[in-house]
Design a protein around this ligand. Structure first.
Ligand SMILES: Cc1cc2nc3c(=O)[nH]c(=O)nc-3n(C[C@H](O)[C@H](O)[C@H](O)COP(=O)(O)OP(=O)(O)OC[C@H]3O[C@@H](n4cnc5c(N)ncnc54)[C@H](O)[C@@H]3O)c2cc1C
Length: 343
């Protein structure tokens, strides 16, 4: 019989769990029900008792490591906390969100426990044994893994499960004591770009993709890169969308051509870029070539605006294609959304 442990951690408030943690809880509940296994949920947070409230209705055993030392991500304290939770639960299967906080420590914790780890898990199956699914080779090959090694750590990709949403109630939480080694790292604060300067938003419902057409000569023979930037940023703000790009557009930075200054290679979608997960995607001024569209594998509803009626999107790669000028369409869309000036 497996002992299933879901590791979770607090968000920046320290008293609530992150969305990715709640997704792992859903995955853990489903797997425990299928295997008929016991479920324990471990919490690492400054105020774990408060964070545990939302888990009261899971019926799982709740363990926590809490206190100021666990408010901020830090290898030493997080690894010690996760190790203590795994030992207290006598876990054989450990599910954890593939967040930057846990991705950093999970392999080390697995090693301390003599276990094994697999990352980027997108689905869990099996009734007699655990079967974990992940993609290889730029999302082209899907593999189903099973292992005899225990404990087996599985880091789950964000967006692959619904976030658990229970009625908050008083929860009974067992505090697990952790003896911390000397802490050499002091977290003094976080320097992060302002929310609206951050254009990559994995949790957004909509992905807007900008292609190289935005910086090409338009019908009047002129380039309108500044207007393009305003339209794109205005839409991102109004729709809280995430911004992706084609390779051609981000490559222009190194080729002395007009650029959109807020784009980097991190925005690139495709074979040599990212494969994000969003409910909807809108491609603009992009030709929809295969090396780009392969990055749209997990976008459920695909739409494109292109001047070219023979572009890749019209060849079965999008659900809806608007053969139109994206400058005009996005200006109208932004007006309908009431988007203010982007600056
Ligand atoms: C090994 C390899 C790996 C690659 N990996 C990637 C990858 O990961 N990601 C990626 O994106 N590409 C990748 N590519 C490149 C890819 O094949 C294409 O070259 C690239 O995606 C083209 O970008 P684009 O569609 O933005 O630009 P273009 O091909 O220049 O297309 C611009 C489009 O904008 C349209 N347009 C212009 N003005 C307007 C307007 N006003 N309104 C509407 N439409 C307009 C034009 O009609 C045109 O269709 C790879 C290529 C190779 C060989």
């Amino acid at each position: 019989m497996e002992n299933l442990l879901v590791l979770t951690h607090g968000d920046e408030t320290g008293s609530a769990l992150t969305k990715a943690s709640l997704e792992a809880v859903t995955a853990g509940r489903e797997l425990a029900a299928r295997l008929g296994a016991s479920l324990t949920i471990g919490i690492v947070a400054a105020d774990a008792a408060a964070a545990a409230g939302i888990l009261a209705s899971t019926g799982a055993r709740l363990l926590a490591v809490s206190g100021e030392a666990f408010a901020q991500p830090r290898y030493t304290s997080d690894a010690a906390a996760c190790e203590a939770l795994c030992r207290a639960a006598a876990a054989t299967i450990v599910l954890a969100p593939g967040s930057s906080r846990f991705t950093r420590v999970a392999a080390g914790v697995a090693h301390r426990l003599g276990g094994f780890i697999d990352t980027h898990i997108t689905a869990l199956g099996g009734t007699d044994a655990v079967e974990a699914t992940r993609w290889f080779y730029r999302q082209r090959v899907e593999a189903v893994l099973s292992r005899d090694a225990r404990p087996w750590f599985l880091l789950l990709d964000a967006g692959t499960h619904a976030a658990f949403a229970g009625e908050p109630a008083a929860a009974s939480v067992e505090q697990i004591a952790v003896e911390l080694p000397a802490l050499r790292t002091t977290v003094t604060g976080i320097h992060a770009p302002k929310q609206d300067a951050q254009t990559i938003r994995p949790d957004a419902k909509l992905l807007l993709v900008a292609g190289a057409g935005w910086t090409k000569k338009q019908a009047d023979g002129q380039i309108h890169a500044e207007e393009a930037g305003d339209l794109i940023l205005g839409f991102l703000r109004a729709a809280s969308a995430s911004l992706g790009s084609s390779k051609s557009l981000v490559d222009q930075r190194g080729e002395d051509q007009p650029v959109l200054p807020f784009l980097t290679h991190l925005n690139q979608i495709g074979q040599t870029g990212a494969t994000p997960r969003h409910a909807k995607g809108l491609s603009t001024c992009c030709h929809g070539e295969e090396p780009h569209v392969v990055g749209w594998r997990f976008i459920a509803d695909r739409r494109a605006i292109s001047l070219d009626p023979n572009c890749g999107w019209t060849r079965g790669k999008a659900d809806v294609v608007y053969i139109a000028d994206a400058f005009q369409v996005m200006a109208r869309v932004n007006a309908l959304l009431g988007a203010g000036a982007a600056k």
